[in-house]
Design a binder for this molecule. Sequence first.
Ligand code: NAD
Length: 302
Amino acid sequence: MIDSVDPLLKERLEKMGVTVDMRPGIPREELLRIVGNYDILVFRGRLKIDREVIDAGSSLRVLARYGVGLDNVDVEYAVKRGVAVVSAPNAPAQSVAELAIGLMVAVARRIPLLSERVKRGEWPKGRYIGVELSGRTLGVIGFGRIGRRVAQIARGIGMRILAHDIIDVSTDVKKLGGEQVPLETVLRESDVISLHVPLTPDTYKLLNAERLALVRDNAIIVNTSRGEVMDYEALLKHIDRLWGVGLDVLPEEPPRSQYLRQLLAHEKVVVTPHVGSETYEAMRRLAEELAMNIEEVVARLV
Ligand code: NAD
């Protein structure tokens, strides 16, 4: 295991008879040196599990992503080399959805900014009037496990739901009183936009300069999917006319580029350091789901 995971995963793997070696935070160079000794590699999104790592792992049988997104793994190459790839796609949905809603409220009411001011000894009552989410339109881009959970919670708050997806999700959206519509309609008609697509060549910079220009003035955008799904350089140009943005994911984590630092320093931006799945409940469910999925593929291999 090359990243920190819930101790339950180690316990579950040891029960299966697997000898577990914990190397959390191991640098890439060291991983390349030692990966040849392992049959199963457990990792998060920190390091790229690319051809070089897969080739160096001459005994590898299973690549196990402790999380959902497989965008840091060369899945096609792994499968070609006979290495199974598993993840735990169901475990974090509720936690990520709750964070997305939390970011919406934090932006709508400027909670971090107000909190910071009060802590500094100020009392800025009457200075930052917020907006309600109820009665506003939420546009969900990617109506999968997380997107639909966000829509359900938002429905409870009293929001109208629009959803965009490349597959037909219209029946499920209708159940929430909403409508499946093209991407441009979501961008033009939503007061709040929440991104929940996987990172693929098709979704890279899905919200680019051209599409951001379609978004309403005073809209809120929340991204808990992947930083690369939105062009943050273009977002910087639009931030003043938006109500604000809530970001859990960045194209560079941690951020280094000047444009990113400038964006994050803006008072309309609320940012968290990619913590969507970081709840005790999600981490435990991740451990359980991943252990089960590893067990299943190992049983098929023997
Ligand atoms: P999912 O696969 O269940 O749902 C994704 C949906 O997006 C699917 O319905 C799919 O059809 C749709 N989609 C794919 N390409 C599309 C496109 N080009 N346009 C519109 N829709 C498209 O995924 P999920 O489990 O809901 O995860 C969603 C995102 O959240 C992923 O990017 C994942 O990496 C990310 N995530 C982030 C965190 C975090 O810590 N912030 C944690 C878990 C997952």
